[in-house]
Ligand binder design. Structure first.
Ligand code: FA5
Length: 347
């Protein structure tokens, strides 16, 4: 081919390619442009073999013409690519346009967990009566959990609370009474008036018993604290929590750390006291244990039992929540089920 001829072919190709590139509207057309104008069967590719037949002195000039065409086609491709890319971006932005005049999504408010609601209500009640709040660890020594509460090693009373042992002499506390020993050690020989809310652990499992549950311990040490004071205080607390209509009963019981000991029951919310599977046909649900602090406990923890006396109680937080809100399975308090918890939301 003569140089003039080649130049004419290149000019023609440029014109045809420009027209085609201007008409490219999407990525498929762009790919087609690339393969037709720059692929193996393109005019551009057909020009390279011609180089061989061109006289040596004109090879450079011929080569420049071909490179010029290649560059021209690449520029056309880039321009078309840029245009399509910008169009796509504009379309996406159109689609995702935010209408700032639309009303926003409502933010759902959570609610206090029924367990926590009980802790707050009971704590407020006692703070109002001048009690202080004490705390203790959930991983506790056997000494504080049992021995200082008048439950020596191998004593049968240990069977009442099947505990989880962590290591030799270390347990997950099985009741908040373990805080009693700590408070007494800290305050001896002075009077004490505290409550201690917290989690405790036992090997228990049914509709009203969980392996993890909450208790609120109360301890009053004062030379003139009496059993009548204890009964009056607990009656006020239970009336405050459950109102006048719910029946409350106290009955004698046994705890190694109190003497005399009592337990308090509330009439069952499921059957109203007639007896059902939930309350094991008794009509009552046990809610707390209490009593006058045993002289051994006073002595073990450093107090003179001839001078000091007092009373203590341990209230089951989960049981109060179940009785107050009509929850029929204690496990529901530990499942983090949002639908269940939403029922306790105060609007
Ligand atoms: C005690 O734990 C004594 N420490 C209470 C006490 C303190 C008595 C001070 C005297 C003086 P008891 O094991 O009965 O007692 O438990 C007290 C309350 O915890 C029960 O009345 C019940 O409301 C709750 N409770 C006991 N076991 C469970 C359990 N597995 N799941 C949920 N609540 C429980």
């Amino acid at each position: 081919m003569e140089i003039a001829e080649i130049k004419a072919v290149i000019e023609q190709e440029k014109e045809a390619a420009r027209a085609e590139a201007d008409g490219v509207r999407d990525r498929t057309a762009l790919q087609l442009f690339k393969s037709v104008r720059m692929g193996k069967k393109s005019v551009l590719s057909s020009l390279y073999p011609q180089l061989k037949s061109v006289p040596e002195e004109r090879k450079k000039e011929f080569g420049r013409e071909i490179s010029g065409l290649k560059e021209y086609l690449e520029n056309l491709f880039q321009e078309a690519f840029q245009r399509i890319h910008e169009q796509e971006l504009r379309r996406k932005m159109e689609e995702k346009k935010v209408d700032i005049t639309l009303p926003g999504y409502g933010i759902e408010l959570g609610s206090l967990h029924p367990y926590q609601a009980v802790v707050r209500e009971v704590t407020d009640f006692f703070l109002g009566l001048g009690f202080e709040v004490a705390d203790g660890p959930e991983v506790e020594t056997d000494e504080n959990n049992f021995e200082r509460m008048n439950i020596p090693k191998d004593h049968p009373a240990r069977d009442m609370q099947d505990s989880f042992q962590i290591a030799e002499g270390i347990v997950l506390r099985s009741h908040t009474s373990s805080v009693q020993s700590r408070v007494m050690k800290e305050n001896c020989p002075h009077p004490v008036k505290v409550i201690c809310p917290g989690k405790v652990y036992r090997r228990d499992n049914d509709a009203t018993h969980s392996h993890q549950f909450g208790q609120i311990e109360g301890l009053v040490l004062s030379p003139d604290a009496t059993f009548a004071n204890l009964l009056s205080l607990l009656t006020k607390l239970l009336r405050h929590l459950f109102g006048e209509k719910r029946e409350v009963r106290f009955r004698p019981s046994y705890f190694p750390f109190t003497e005399p000991s009592i337990e308090a029951d509330i009439s069952c919310f499921e059957c109203g006291g007639k007896g059902c599977a939930f309350c094991k046909q008794t009509g009552w649900i046990e809610i707390l244990g209490a009593g006058m602090v045993h002289p051994n406990v006073l002595r073990i923890n450093g107090y003179d039992d001839k001078v000091m006396q007092g009373f203590a109680f341990g209230l089951g937080i989960d049981r109060v929540a179940m009785l107050k809100y009509g929850i029929d399975d204690i496990k529901k308090l530990y499942e983090d089920d949002v639908d269940f918890l939403a029922q306790f939301r105060k609007e």
